[in-house]
Design a protein around this ligand. Structure first.
Ligand code: SF4
Ligand code: SF4
Ligand code: SF4
Length: 340
């Protein structure tokens, strides 16, 4: 299907059959901008009708549920967006068995592996979206030395892969995904399918640029503590968490700004260190968790000196500003400087 052709109905075929905890499917039930209900019930102007086929959220089970997968494979539900959740264990390079599957082949009665489904459906999909860090970059299952050959979707299909409509793989990382980040991306793609939006802008890691263009640190409630050299040395402190292992200054994620649900939460805002879960290098490059990041020692020591001076000067100014001007009083003389 060509780009920007108006369509009346789009199917979303959602696989959680990778190495997945289903956490991303659960996460999106908390989305509000837009909510999954608003998208499915047609509450958003201009959107095509949307049919969702997600094993965690479906009423259908068994063969009836799987029939949508076969219809997608036969090209009977065109266009459809393929959403992949979970890391992809790759039997082609780890042949000891099969690692993840969905349904049984009706002829051989053998399980149909996750890789097999991706091979069958990705070439037919209008767009392919990887949800969560497992599906985008491999995540925890793809750590060095893992036994399954697990990897993210761009590693499996290729970073330059294009869908039948010419779209790159769209990656919305996070463990789990921030619910509104995913629903906003899906909404964008549905508008694009309806011919109402240009090509989705993605960064080099295939993330939507408007969602992942800033660091955790840029949006953190504790940023002023950092700037004034105030660092927590134990949990429970409202100060900056960098010495407890926060990687926020070098991690692209909007969670502290956006919150988790209804604008509330956001890892470091509420006392949790950022462990870089949206990043392609997660988790290997961020371990051991809870140790001060290597570069943080230099920057935090430098800022401690600058910050303590700035803090004292600001306290002085703050004390002055926190008092009323001296010319406001009940004495008989006029002291405002105004002379009639
Ligand atoms: Fe679960 Fe996190 Fe993997 Fe999503 S990215 S499937 S939430 S472990
Ligand atoms: Fe930056 Fe982390 Fe400190 Fe927040 S807690 S200001 S993200 S280093
Ligand atoms: Fe992950 Fe850090 Fe974003 Fe929290 S703030 S979701 S740990 S990248």
């Amino acid at each position: 299907m060509a780009l920007n052709v108006r369509v009346e109905e789009v199917h979303v075929v959602w696989m959680t059959a990778g190495l997945s905890c289903d956490g991303d499917s659960v996460s999106i039930t908390a989305a509000m901008q837009p909510s999954i209900e608003d998208v499915l019930m047609g509450a958003i102007p201009g959107l095509p009708k949307v049919q969702l086929h997600n094993p965690v959220l479906a009423y259908e089970v068994g063969d009836s549920f799987l029939s949508w997968w076969y219809k997608a494979e036969r090209g009977e539900i065109d266009p459809f967006v393929l959403v992949v959740e979970g890391s992809i264990p790759n039997e082609k390079i780890k042949k000891e068995g099969y690692w993840a599957a969905l349904g049984n082949d009706p002829i051989t009665d053998q399980p149909i592996t996750t890789c097999e489904w991706i091979d069958r459906l990705a070439p037919k999909a209008w767009a392919v979206v990887a949800i969560g860090t497992c599906a985008t970059y491999g995540g925890i299952h793809a750590m060095q030395g893992n036994p399954t050959g697990a990897m993210g979707l761009p590693d499996y299909l290729g970073w330059n892969w294009r869908s039948s409509a010419g779209l790159p793989i769209v990656c919305v990382p996070g463990c789990p995904v921030q619910p509104d980040n995913f629903m906003e991306t899906l909404l964008y793609l549905l508008y694009q399918a309806a011919g109402l939006a240009p090509m989705i802008p993605l960064d080099e890691a295939l993330r939507p640029t408007w969602l992942f263009g800033h660091t955790v640190h840029d949006g953190c409630d504790r940023g002023s503590s950092y700037e004034q050299g105030e660092f927590a040395t134990e949990y429970g402190s409202p100060k900056c968490l960098v010495k407890l292992g926060c990687w926020g200054p070098v991690v692209q994620c909007n969670v502290p700004k956006r919150g988790w649900m209804a604008g509330i939460g956001g890892c470091p805002n509420v006392g949790g260190i950022c462990i870089g879960c949206t990043m392609p290098g997660f988790p290997d490059k961020f371990m051991p968790f809870m140790d001060e990041p290597p570069g943080a020692k230099i920057s935090s020591n430098a800022i401690s000196v600058y910050g303590s001076v700035i803090r004292k000067l600001r306290k002085l100014t703050n004390t002055t500003l926190d008092k009323e001007p001296s010319w406001r009083h009940t004495r008989p003389e006029l002291t405002t400087g105004y002379q009639p």
